[in-house]
Design a binder for this molecule. Structure first.
Ligand code: PGA
Length: 253
């Protein structure tokens, strides 16, 4: 595993690992260490294809009795507006199916975005308060969208944005269209904000595959800009760990 920089320095820690499996195992190890060191802490994990291997590795640890999420507070990162967790296209529902149920995190410790609230602005503020009341995020694991989003902070998201509703880009709506066959496709999401994520005490960005090499390079070395919301991670180098496989790290060398 190649490693550049270190936690505590002014440079992010960048772990370059051979492949997706190694990325998944390295990320799962950090989650497990964090949960064991801070049993009551709040953490967040992303949705998408990237974290699936990490979830499998974590579930294996739980199944073998090597890890317990009994006291962990889990904050979901995003959801389509108007979509309930039991909708087959819900991001929250997806997270239950792929991680939350098998991880045995107690139901009371799982915090989901208030995507169907009558007053979304007030509900988003209350979600922020819930994170603060849980002591803030000890760890935020993030994926990187092909358009540079983190959580569902689409291009245009400021670095100080908080949990809020925002319009999805055409690209994301078209992506969602594939899943929402025969149903109206959501055009808005509610997401934890970039500024909220930057307040986590540790941030782990997991990225895999050659198709994201350019956007990862832009996020880490390009200008800090709302056009690439992940570029604001450069504001928190001392708490950022990037776990990238060889393919996506090609441009970082
Ligand atoms: P992906 O999505 O893991 O499916 O590529 C990443 C993201 O949008 O966070």
């Amino acid at each position: 595993m190649a490693s550049v920089g270190a936690v505590g320095s002014a440079e992010p820690q960048i772990l370059i690992v051979p492949d997706y499996d190694a990325m998944s195992r390295a990320a799962a190890d950090i989650v497990a260490q964090t949960v064991m060191a801070h049993p009551g802490a709040a953490i967040s994990v992303p949705t998408g294809s990237t974290p699936v291997g990490m979830f499998e590795a974590l579930i294996e640890k739980v199944t073998h009795g090597d890890l317990s999420f009994d006291h962990t507070q889990l904050f979901c990162l995003d959801e389509y507006v108007g979509v309930t967790a039991d909708d087959p296209n819900s991001l929250t529902g997806w997270l239950y199916d792929n991680f939350l149920t098998a991880s045995r995190i107690p139901a009371d410790n799982i915090h989901t975005l208030p995507a169907t609230a009558a007053d979304l602005t007030a509900a988003a503020a209350s979600y922020e308060a819930d994170i603060a009341n849980a002591g803030g995020l000890e760890l935020a694991v993030l994926g990187l969208g092909g358009n540079g989003h983190i959580a569902y902070n689409e291009p245009g998201s400021p670095g100080d944005s908080r949990t809020r509703v925002l319009n999805l880009t055409e690209e994301s709506i078209n992506q969602a269209r594939g899943y929402f066959e025969g149903q109206s496709v959501p055009t808005q999401a509610i997401t934890v904000g970039v500024g909220t994520l930057l307040e986590a005490r540790r941030i782990v960005l997991i990225v895999s595959g050659a198709s994201k090499a350019d956007v990862l390079h832009a996020a880490l070395h390009g200008p800090q800009t709302p056009d690439v919301p992940a570029s604001f991670l450069q504001r928190a180098p001392e708490k950022l760990t990037v776990i990238a496989d060889e393919a996506v790290a090609a441009r970082l060398r």
